[in-house]
Design a protein around this ligand. Structure first.
Ligand code: CTP
Ligand code: CA
Length: 226
């Protein structure tokens, strides 16, 4: 599979991809998560592997098939993903953060099952670490940093703000409101945003979108204009 006909334009490159949702425990029975299936991130990992890269995939729990010939590390929570990324980001030339990381987690995890009472329940949440922001602040020289952005409104404007705030080279924006885009679908409609450019791709398979995103990253790295 690794040898199938495909231009090996990423030979010798080390790539880190994160994918899938995180799960934040409430008690031994319950957790908070989101609808991410990991498809987009797995497609990126697979495309990079097929193009000859040495790929590390840090993934939340998903039910989709794992890509072959990729170093896979499974994590559960945002904290675990943060710690695992910190261990692995240092020697990577390209980092693509497609994971849907929880922004908040329960402030404390009950060791016993929380029992229901007659009234409402309030769950105190605390902020998780912003992994991508950490990577933007602790960037290794020459490293290319690509984030993903999921929005339901003001997609371009909000995504551009994330590109700057997190010190990224690229952000790939998806609008959850568009048909054929978003969680669980096999297709996606993305806009590739860099400081200088905005490339809106048509609806296409997530594998194809992954190829186009990687083409763009490699082009910018070759030009040295990121
Ligand atoms: N991200 C991250 N760590 C977090 C939250 C998000 O690394 N704790 C990353 C995601 O993996 C993604 C990017 O930041 O690549 C943007 O995620 P998104 O949820 O769209 O944006 P946020 O910055 O979290 O802002 P908001 O959810 O309020 O739109
Ligand atoms: Ca978020």
């Amino acid at each position: 599979l690794k040898e199938i006909s495909c231009e090996k334009d990423m030979e010798g490159m080390k790539v880190l991809v994160t994918a899938g949702p995180t799960m934040e425990a409430v008690d031994p029975v319950r957790y908070i998560t989101n609808h991410s299936t990991g498809k987009m991130g797995y497609a990126i990992a697979r495309v990079c592997m097929l193009r000859g890269a040495d790929v590390t995939l840090i993934t939340g729990h998903t039910t989709i098939p794992k890509p072959s010939f990729v170093n896979i590390i499974e994590v559960t929570s945002a904290r675990e993903m943060y710690e695992t990324v910190r261990e692995h980001y240092g020697d990577k030339q390209i980092i693509v953060k497609a994971a849907a990381v929880a922004d908040y987690r329960p402030q404390s995890i009950s060791t016993e099952k929380v029992k229901k009472t007659d009234g409402n329940m309030v769950l105190e949440l605390e902020k998780t670490d912003d992994i991508l922001k950490f990577l933007g602040e602790n960037r290794v020289k020459g490293q290319f940093l690509c984030g993903f952005s999921m929005e339901t409104q003001n997609m371009l404007e909000n995504s551009r703000a994330k590109l700057r705030k997190k010190n990224l080279d690229m952000i790939v924006a998806n609008n959850l409101r568009q048909e054929g885009a978003g969680f669980g679908t096999d297709t996606n409609i993305v806009t590739i945003i860099t400081e200088k450019e905005e490339i809106s791709l048509d609806k296409m398979s997530k594998e194809e979108a992954a190829g186009r995103i990687m083409d763009e990253i490699l082009r910018l790295m070759q030009e040295g204009t990121y």
